[in-house]
Ligand binder design. Structure first.
Ligand code: PHE
Length: 351
């Protein structure tokens, strides 16, 4: 063993790498996980205790020698590389590179959230795979009521769940609206609630320029004593003026949702043609942007909130629609295709 070490020592001492590759070969040969030093240490385990005392020292010195050789030269090489870089023309302009932009849906969601934050709304989230209770039953959709078909639901096969009988509708579904988050929020807290709940929702629709099987909503909820429809109108009025500019008109049309009573759909004056008539508003001058209403007392009772004491309002809007009215995007599919030519048009940043 001693003679081997002597031989390798002279080899290391004589070694003068001319390139980073040569140095790497050296490292692998001596210091690598399957290298000579590893072998020597394995061999060392088997020598007699007397020899160990002498050889141990020699072996450690040998290892240090190899490491020092490697480290010294490594620094030389990176040093050389740096010198080469420094001799380049530093007056040349730097190379910028794109770090990409934010997705238009994210930009608009952020804008919506910022506006409601100024009114004291906090953010809340819920799961995308939802159970029947949170998506439907607690929201006052009666069992087997046709209202459940208003929203074409994707049911989730719970085949690994022994409790789901074959042929029976699954208990779980991809949420069809963010109203499920209202239930989650209210069942775990006490009024007052003032929350905004953005998220992705799913409906079983054929994909086309005007419909997609998933899209994004922002839900709003306000529950307290003495909350009235006037509060709902004023909140939405503020929102629309902030988002689309002062002078944007609002109108409420009676509608139906199982979880609000009374319910309404809200239109705004077309932001593209300012009411004159265009393709976006189908020449009516108005575009529907959200559904809303006063929370049905049954919903409050379902989540153990005293509906005699508390009232509230809720609203839900599609982020895609709001975005279209800002950017006139004519084909919904663009939002999910990740085509950089489309995405690049929204706030591309360069550093
Ligand atoms: N959840 C409804 C929808 O998906 C919108 C809505 C939310 C209506 C809250 C009223 C109150 O269309």
């Amino acid at each position: 063993m001693q003679s081997k070490i002597n031989q390798y020592t002279s080899e290391i001492e004589a070694f003068e790498p001319k390139s980073a590759e040569e140095l790497e070969q050296f490292r692998i040969k001596f210091l690598g996980t399957k290298g000579i030093i590893k072998d020597l240490f394995d061999e060392f385990k088997a020598v007699s205790p007397e020899q160990k005392r002498v050889l141990g020292k020699v072996l450690n010195q040998f290892k240090q020698l190899a490491e020092a050789k490697f480290n010294d030269n490594k620094d030389n090489f990176t040093g050389a590389a740096q010198d080469a870089a420094a001799s380049e023309d530093l007056t040349l302009p730097g190379e910028g590179f794109e770090i990409g932009g934010r997705h238009p849906l994210n930009l608009v969601r952020k804008e919506i959230v910022e506006i409601f934050k100024r009114l004291g709304f906090v953010l809340a989230e819920g799961p995308e795979i939802e159970d029947d209770w949170h998506n439907f039953s607690a929201l006052n959709f009666p069992e087997e009521h046709p209202a459940r078909d208003m929203q074409d639901t994707f049911f989730v096969e719970a085949s690994s769940n022994p409790e789901t009988e074959k042929g029976k509708k699954s208990e779980f579904a991809l949420r069809t609206h963010t109203s499920s988050v209202q239930v989650r929020l209210m069942e775990h807290g006490k009024p007052p609630f003032r929350a905004l709940m953005p998220g992705r929702v799913y409906r079983n629709e054929a994909i086309s320029a005007r419909a997609h099987c998933f899209f994004h909503q922002v839900e709003g909820l306000y529950v307290d004593e003495n909350v009235s429809f006037a509060d709902l109108k004023q909140t939405l009025y503020y929102f629309v003026q902030e988002l689309y500019g002062e002078g944007t008109k609002l109108r409420f049309r009676p509608s139906y949702f199982p979880f609000t009573e009374p319910s309404a759909e809200m239109d705004i004056s077309c932001t593209i043609c300012k009411g004159a008539g265009c393709q976006m508003c189908k020449y009516s001058g108005w575009v529907e942007i959200l559904g809303c209403g006063m929370i049905d007392p049954n919903v409050l009772d379902n989540v153990n909130i005293d509906s005699k004491k508390y009232t509230g309002f809720a609203f839900g809007m599609g982020i895609e629609r709001i975005t279209n009215l800002k950017y006139q995007i004519k084909d919904l599919r663009l939002f999910s295709e990740n085509d950089v030519r489309f995405l690049k048009q929204f706030q591309t940043e360069t550093i």
